[in-house]
Write a protein that binds this ligand. Sequence first.
Ligand SMILES: Nc1ncnc2c1ncn2[C@@H]1O[C@H](COP(=O)(O)OP(=O)(O)O)[C@@H](O)[C@H]1O
Ligand SMILES: [Mg+2]
Length: 271
Amino acid sequence: MTIAVHPVPSAAGPVIPFYSPSGNEIELFELAWARRLPLLLKGPTGCGKTRFVAHMAARLGLPLHTVSCHDDLTAADLTGRYLLKGGDTVWCDGPLTRAVREGGLCYLDEVVEARKDVAVVLHPLTDDRRILPLERTGEELHAPDGFMLVVSYNPGYQSLLKALKPSTRQRFVAIEFGFLPPEREIPVVSAESGLAESRVKPLVALAGRLRALKGHDLEEGVSTRLVVYCASLIAAGMPAREAVLATMVEPLTDEPDVKTALVELARALAV
Ligand SMILES: Nc1ncnc2c1ncn2[C@@H]1O[C@H](COP(=O)(O)OP(=O)(O)O)[C@@H](O)[C@H]1O
Ligand SMILES: [Mg+2]
């Protein structure tokens, strides 16, 4: 489990991670925060969900507790457990419990990956009770006003079995994320990689074509993250064709025929 707790921005002024909005998501987040409503972010991998949360936490001056969920993650991993320490058993808060005690944003990334019992702890926390019962310690924590839960998931690659149950998803205000339109993705990739917009343009055009192949030859369209990687390698001096192969072809497929087709597509777009 990866847990990152980012400190509250210093008095010298917060460093706000760069985020280019695609719609009204910033306003929606601020209203959800003001009303203490939990938020669900859905969208393909690498389209800016995690960056958005980091941006909003800094913008609102809130500590951010991030948990990357995986298929072994249980409710106890989130809430905490008794551990043996020098002959004594001591209770250790999990990241969710810590966030509820301390306040701030708790971000469960890829929440559908987690075990089913996680829903049980999220339910009382995401309705008007806003409580986290800790069965093992007998405590019932009330989330302070400064606590907000944000979860994300990728609807694309979840199997039906793994999709969020209606009883869980209907507790969240939801925002759908997609890839930015080219005129916004170009400046984002340029800012992130340091490569001139004129040189980013054909990469974003290629990304658009590759995304159109989703569901046909490709399982997932190329993420903004990969386009940023590609531009970064080119900015560092790698020839564009090699960078494209390493970031926008190889990560997407293992099929030799599909690879050849993607390389040809890149050539046709003069990348
Ligand atoms: N709207 C955006 N504004 C700024 N950077 C973005 C945006 N969308 C994507 N990125 C870039 O793409 C990368 C991957 O985004 P990330 O938030 O990690 O994706 P996700 O969490 O949806 O998988 C970021 O590190 C950032 O460089
Ligand atoms: Mg993410």
